[in-house]
Design a protein around this ligand. Structure first.
Ligand SMILES: [Zn+2]
Length: 431
């Protein structure tokens, strides 16, 4: 049992309560009570003085290609088609299992360091992704990607089904789902076939949709349907669906969405790849969404807090209205993403699963502060994250990651050298 004593709690709505003792046992919040109240029946083995700290639910990243941290900075200042066709896909074609494993650990390290307790991952090399998630202890929703435009996509889909059958239920921190890469990389009936497997296994899907204007225009030109309409035709909104982006969502697309459709909005990637304003903002009040980071090769980081920060600022700037996207609403959107993981996290309440962050705001980054949530949203860095806890287990403790990051860094440097020496291969798919 762990006791965080005399803390100020910040709940999922952004409400703060000071002088709280929090007891964590069996992976859950066992008790929250007035600080100092005697609880002889509770016998903590680790007690942490949180008198000057804030405790909140963890941050969640709804869309990442975590392994791509190995490519962070490899393709700067290029348009999306060059980014995909001439840089990322050619390098990815020669990725090794070690690259994927270490890249994923590297991304997880960045996330845990920044208070991210759960991530929805979307990548290939799922055996290595799963192993890295288990080794690091983060909560991960894994969607092994399938590209329907490759000749062997049916074999790949069978392989993914087998992986899911083999590993579903491995750990309460791991969830698996289907990951068609996107509508435009799953032509013909491949999209519907992947969705059919998801429905058969009663699992959700996670895919890219309408990220750029060009994707929407090409979809209409080739199929007469928008990306959202194609997914609807494929039955993709009859299952729980996590949509990465949807930046170029149109009015007509709103009718396609299902009861359990979530969006992962990743503004830093859109800004860096100059993806345009799109339609998302115009309809956002009618959508269920939270934030994702996309891969570090496009966004430069996998710290989801930065995405929420940019989202709020972009809206204020674009609309010329500083009163919109107020701090607490943005915090609530960030917290809303917990629902996607279905793991009973994201509540600062007794009984909730203890995926928590302990914030130290008495640092040069955040002092002076008058509202802790504003300080977190607009100023916090990883230096403010004192502890990160997943299911009652500390993965960052007193400012230091539990994993051996020095070893991860050494291995990263070695793999980076190999990766550049191997160079680019032929991309299997084209953007
Ligand atoms: Zn993505």
């Amino acid at each position: 049992m762990i006791k965080l004593y005399n803390a100020t709690t910040i709940d999922q709505a952004g409400n703060c309560l000071s002088h709280r003792d929090i007891y964590i046992d069996g992976g859950r919040i066992a008790k929250i009570c007035d600080a100092g109240a005697p609880r002889p029946e509770l016998k903590p083995t680790d007690a942490i003085d949180c008198s000057s700290y804030f405790v909140s639910p963890g941050l969640v990243n709804l869309h990442a290609h975590t392994a791509m941290n190995i490519f962070k900075g490899i393709a700067e200042d290029v348009p999306p088609e060059v980014w995909f066709n001439e840089m990322i896909w050619p390098y990815e074609s020669r990725m090794t299992p070690d690259d994927i494993y270490t890249g994923t650990l590297l991304g997880i390290a960045e996330m845990l360091n920044n208070g991210v307790t759960a991530v929805a991952d979307h990548y290939f090399g799922e055996e290595q992704v799963l192993q890295a998630a288990k080794d690091a202890g983060i909560r991960m929703d894994i969607a092994p990607t399938v590209f329907g435009m490759t000749p062997d996509w049916r074999d790949r889909l069978s392989q993914v089904c087998e992986f899911i059958r083999d590993h579903q239920g491995d750990s309460p921190r791991i969830k698996l789902r289907f990951g068609p890469h996107s509508d435009y990389t799953c032509p013909g009936d491949s999209l519907a076939q992947i969705v059919a497997e998801a429905r058969r296994m009663r699992l959700p899907i996670h895919l890219h949709l309408a990220e750029t204007r060009l994707q929407v225009e090409q979809s209409i030109e080739r199929t007469g349907r928008t990306p959202f309409q194609r997914l609807q035709d494929a039955g993709g909104f009859d299952v729980p669906a996590l949509i990465a982006h949807g930046l170029w969502l149109t009015d007509a697309d709103l009718a396609c969405l299902g009861d359990d459709t979530w969006f992962a909005f990743c503004p830093k990637t859109y800004m860096r790849l100059a993806s345009g304003r799109g339609g998302f903002f115009d309809f956002s009040d009618r959508l269920r969404y939270s934030f994702g980071t996309d891969g570090a090769a496009s966004s430069g980081s996998v710290n989801v807090l930065e995405q929420a920060r940019l989202f709020a600022m972009l809206e204020k700037f674009e609309r010329g209205d500083a009163t919109i996207q107020p701090v607490l609403e943005v915090w609530q959107k960030l917290m809303a993403g917990h629902a996607v993981f279905g793991a009973d996290t994201g509540r600062m309440e007794e009984g909730a699963v203890a995926d928590l962050v302990v914030w130290d705001l008495n640092t040069p980054d955040t002092m002076a502060y008058y509202h802790p949530v504003a300080a977190i949203l607009y100023a916090a860095t990883s230096a403010n994250v004192r502890y990160t806890m997943v299911e009652g287990e500390f993965l960052k403790y007193d400012g230091a990651l539990k994993m051996d990051f020095a070893e991860v860094a050494r291995e990263t440097l070695r793999l980076q050298r190999d990766l550049l020496a191997r160079g680019k291969g032929a991309a299997k798919v084209y953007y």
